[in-house]
Design a protein around this ligand. Sequence first.
Ligand SMILES: [Zn+2]
Ligand SMILES: [Zn+2]
Length: 126
Amino acid sequence: MQTPAQLMTDPVNLSWNDDGSVKIVWGDAHESVYAVAALREKCPCATCKGTHGAPTTLVRQSRGGLPIVTGKNPAQQAAVTVKRTDPVGGYAIRFTWADGHDAGLFSFRYLRSICPCPTCSAAAAS
Ligand SMILES: [Zn+2]
Ligand SMILES: [Zn+2]
């Protein structure tokens, strides 16, 4: 038996909406819808973390030489397009972006913590 806390971070379904957003249904029946651009913005990898809060036109080269785009730029579209998702070790999802960036592992716990729905946003703000 899983505890309610475990169910909260145990995705039972991940699907893509027509508008390109990702929907995750959790074990406690909560549904989270993530805009892909918002996910990229919250990418937990060290490279992306370093760009948070930077000017929106900033383009950086990652160690792999791939552009990390954080603003309005022709390459931005690639940075916010997900090519594939892979489950990682039963605790996380790896998103591979169209610009080749795949360093960010989104743990289920992290994904649940950044759920943008009004209920979770209110809880996170309080
Ligand atoms: Zn990243
Ligand atoms: Zn939520």
